[in-house]
Design a protein around this ligand. Structure first.
Ligand code: GH3
Ligand code: MG
Ligand code: MG
Length: 365
């Protein structure tokens, strides 16, 4: 819709979107941990004879793929390229040694969590402890027993895949939380805004005014209000139709909003063709100036209205009031005061501003 500055959504669609996001996250989290997952083994070892032995050990195994890299310098590339679920890493290699490679896998984001089984020439406590310190997950002496090798390959692959699934579930959950947060903000915005003009609605204005009223009372500060009503608007609808009338209301809303300068100022659609402006920390004089500016800007739109009693174009009448709230004074007194001022403006012939300042209001209440 025309002036909608925040891109209107159907509230039901927003809620449905959030529901769908949550459902997707739930489904991901409800996925049971994989019992048997395909394993991808990458052996990094310079000795072809070891490679052949491991290949044979894994050959008859269902769901285990085998890759072999003979050069330490190519190991990192091979890991990133083959995406193994477990690395079998030889410790003693020409060029880069195995422990250095283990540390390199651990410090590279793409390979950080891949399980590493170190293959050592012998059972040696010092080497073993160095391997674990470097980040290895397991330690086997060459050549390992076939049954033990297969069992460990499957065990480490499964825990790695489960880790990836868990990470994915958390990612989905975080994403759906974010979507719910955004949907909530959108719903809140929708419950606070007027569908036709995009201004605040009466519900929000009442909340806002009540908070500002209490704050002004605490701080002994002035608060002002303008009530803006379109002149002979029933005639406008009767002459140009309701759809054209709606367009006029949108134009007026945009114009009023454009006139507001301070951060605390807000405009709301208060009723059919009635707008309310709340001006915190503003005295009657300032409010009158703003009201006059709004009235003139709306005249300047020059929207034809041939059956108006006030002019040849669309005009508004504005009633304003300002006061310093005292403890126990009702905020409705300010609204009523602005309403009376508006009534006077109408009586004076429309297309004008009448302002009630604090003292006048005090005398009348
Ligand atoms: P006055 O100058 O005394 O304010 O005269 P008026 O005709 O504007 O006042 P009245 O209260 O008699 O009529 C208000 C009209 O505003 C009635 C209705 O046709 C019109 N109106 C109220 N809400 C809407 C709306 O949402 N869209 C349109 N197009 N017209 C509306
Ligand atoms: Mg009215
Ligand atoms: Mg009117």
């Amino acid at each position: 819709m025309g002036m909608n500055h925040n891109g209107s959504h159907d509230p039901r669609a927003v809620a449905d979107e959030a529901d769908a996001a949550l459902e997707a996250a739930r489904a991901t989290l409800d996925t049971p941990p994989a019992a048997d997952v395909p394993a991808m083994v990458l052996l990094v070892d310079d000795q072809a004879i070891v490679a052949e032995a491991v290949r044979q050990a894994l050959a008859g195994e269902e769901g285990i793929d085998f890759h072999y890299c003979a050069k330490a310098e190519e190991a990192m590339k091979a890991v990133i390229y083959t995406r193994p679920t477990v690395i079998l890493q030889d410790l003693v290699m020409p060029g880069v040694d195995g422990l250095t490679l283990v540390k390199a896998y651990r410090s590279t984001p793409a390979t950080r969590d891949v399980p590493i089984i170190v293959l050592s020439a012998k059972e040696e406590p010092v080497i073993k402890s160095a391997a674990f310190a470097a980040g290895a997950n397991d330690y086997l002496v060459k050549l390992p027993d076939r049954i033990e090798l297969v069992a460990r390959v499957r065990y480490h692959s499964r825990s790695f895949v489960n880790l990836l699934q868990r990470d994915e579930a958390y990612r989905a959950l975080r994403q759906s939380q974010q979507q719910l947060l955004e949907a909530n903000l959108e719903l809140r915005r929708l419950t606070h805004s007027d569908g036709l003009t995009g201004l605040s609605n009466r519900r929000y204005l009442d909340e806002y005014l009540s908070a500002e009223w209490r704050r002004s009372a605490r701080e002994h500060a002035e608060i002002a209000m303008l009530m803006i009503d379109v002149d002979n608007f029933k005639q406008y609808n009767d002459t140009y139709g309701h759809v054209a009338g709606d367009e006029v209301l949108k134009r007026i809303a945009t114009t009023v909003e454009k006139c507001l300068g301070r951060a605390g100022d807000i405009a709301a659609r208060y009723g059919g063709e009635e707008f309310l402006v709340v001006l915190p920390s503003t005295a009657a004089g300032g409010a009158r100036l703003l009201a006059e500016k709004i009235r003139l800007e709306i005249e300047a739109l020059a929207l034809p209205h041939r059956n108006s009693l006030a002019a040849q174009h669309v005009t508004v009448s504005i009633g304003g009031a300002a006061t310093v709230p005292t403890a126990g004074s009702a905020m409705t007194s300010l609204i009523e005061s602005a309403d009376r001022a508006l009534y006077e403006a109408k009586r004076k012939g429309r297309n004008c501003v009448v302002m009630h300042d604090g003292t006048e209001q005090g005398a009348r209440v």
